[in-house]
Ligand binder design. Structure first.
Ligand SMILES: C[S@@+](CC[C@H](N)C(=O)[O-])C[C@H]1O[C@@H](n2cnc3c(N)ncnc32)[C@H](O)[C@@H]1O
Length: 229
């Protein structure tokens, strides 16, 4: 739109910066009109100015290739619509510690463990708890492995959560995406034993009634949905 205006009304002397800022504002306003979540607004506002700013800085092209590679290694499955990496807060880790205590759990699985924001504090607190941490994205998995190298009861696996058998686990934790909760609910119902506990951070399983919901006072005001099988 901004480029069209600049082309059709050159007498208005649109500077390049004006065009990109204007384009960002139009994109941000349109995103609200199409009910995109609010967190898209700064992305729309900053994307073109950032691209223009970087092009002015004249970085060598390998910098962009390297950046792309690092992002691909961190946000591995995102291209295919998978869940990106967001880290749980320490309040979530504390809440999971209290749940392990309350459940007298002897095994714990985290589906998509990221860099270990939950499993590392848990393993340090419960030295005898058998923990399985699944993470598919290469860079978070590598960081997770390094963080868990001295924690003998933690098994870190670089495989998909869909390939993990949940039948022998007392307590399963996931912080994924609303897009997968139906499918994950099916897996949990099929595989987890009666009496065990499934905890989903932030995203409820559609149509399931949680046994309890823990409301945490972290920045995101995280809700932990606890489902008794
Ligand atoms: C929202 S992050 C949560 C990270 C961590 N659980 C935490 O609470 O800090 C979701 C994680 O799940 C991982 N993930 C997504 N799909 C996966 C899959 N199919 N198998 C294993 N991990 C997956 C992502 O790479 C990402 O690290």
């Amino acid at each position: 739109m901004a480029v069209l205006l600049a082309r059709n009304f050159p007498q208005l002397v649109f500077g390049l910066w004006f065009v990109v800022v204007f384009q960002g504002i139009i994109a941000a306003v349109s995103s609200r009109l199409f009910y995109q979540p609010r967190w898209w607004i700064p992305i729309h506002l900053l994307f073109l100015p950032a691209a223009l700013g970087l092009s002015v800085l004249n970085f060598p092209s390998w910098v962009y290739l390297l950046t792309l590679l690092v992002f691909a290694l961190v946000f591995w499955g995102t291209v295919k619509g998978d869940v990106p990496l967001f880290l749980s807060s320490s309040a979530v880790a504390e809440a999971m510690i209290s749940l392990v205590k309350q459940e007298h759990a002897d095994s714990f699985v985290e589906l998509g463990a990221g860099v270990g924001s939950v499993v590392v504090p848990l393993a340090k607190r419960f030295l005898l708890l058998n923990i399985t941490a699944l993470e598919r994205a290469p860079l978070p998995w590598l960081i997770l492995r390094c963080r868990c190298r001295l924690l003998s009861k933690v098994i870190v696996q670089n495989k998909s959560l869909w390939a993990c058998d949940l039948s022998n686990q007392n307590l399963v934790f996931a912080f994924l995406s609303p897009l997968f909760m139906d499918q994950l609910g099916e897996k949990v119902r099929r595989e987890m034993r009666s009496g065990s506990l499934f905890v989903s951070s932030s995203f409820p399983v559609p149509g399931w009634a949680p046994e309890s919901v823990m409301l945490l006072s972290d920045r995101r005001k995280t809700k932990l949905y606890c489902y008794r099988l």
